[in-house]
Design a protein around this ligand. Sequence first.
Ligand SMILES: [Zn+2]
Length: 345
Amino acid sequence: MGAGTDRFLEPVRLNCPWCGSEQLSVRVRVPDLLQGKPGVFTLEQCADCGHVFQNPRLSLEGLEFYYRDFYDGRGGEGAGTVFGRLGDSYRRRAEMLRPFTVHPPTSWLDVGTGHGHFCNAARAIWPHTRFDGLDMGDGVGEAERRGWVETGFQGQFPEFAEKLAGRYEVVSMYHYLEHTRDPLTELDTAAAVLAPGGFLAIELPDPESRMARLLGSAWLPWFQPQHQHLIPAANLREALTDRGFTVLAEEHGPAHQGNDFFGAVALTTTRLAPDPDRPWAPPATPGRRALAHAVRAAALPCFAGAAVLDAVRTLAARRTDGGNAYRMLARRDVDGGPTAAGEDR
Ligand SMILES: [Zn+2]
């Protein structure tokens, strides 16, 4: 495979996709520890605005290759189990709107909805709201068949800007923007599909998290090669204001996902001993198989310790309002339309 992965990467860019600065430096360099597919990926950070992005980034062909079997196919069932367990955080996301609205929203579009787990959980909080979902994967069709979303749109969000213009009272993007190639265009699209006065709810991993510095390349939310952009909260606030939004609320502690240490052990285990049976690797030798087995056995007590550390860390994150992720809720100004969006770009 070796040189064969070159076609999965675009040329290196020389300036920051967020602010245009050329003051870039390498933040982390990691292989694919999610699926153990070939290739090494680099996240660079802008010294001027703090934006972190994959550079060189994956080509469309690369995205197809590295996403394949993760959310659908071979990995789909596992991904569904993980997302299915997030019930409590789904409810908290849905509740974030409550202090700012008198009437329940009539229409809500969840972008990057996956299999529609959030929409299904949020109906318990907002039973009179129509939840639609959008995703590039085919899980969204399944979500519609199960009745977890009313309508499932499959494709890239910006392609729907015109068709869905002004249709929604709420648009949510939970752990979505970091996967996109151009988050600013996604925000333009959100502004376009929202009715004036509509709400935009966003949740993202926080590249300014202390744990990101502490754990280095073993910090799970770098999530290479899937995450294309990691956006500091101040940058998102500014981009929203530029597009005619008023930021209503920002939560750091409550958005914390308690898996920093567990994730670090999992990534390190995978790094030392990749799954010998992954279909994209050469057939495993008995030696490799034995090594993988030994490393995994040795990792078991580390997982137990990591779970304890994560529980402690989650309590601290809630107390100090500082975690590995953040949530932002913004309202589209009544007089600020999509035409006001991104004029400074
Ligand atoms: Zn920048």
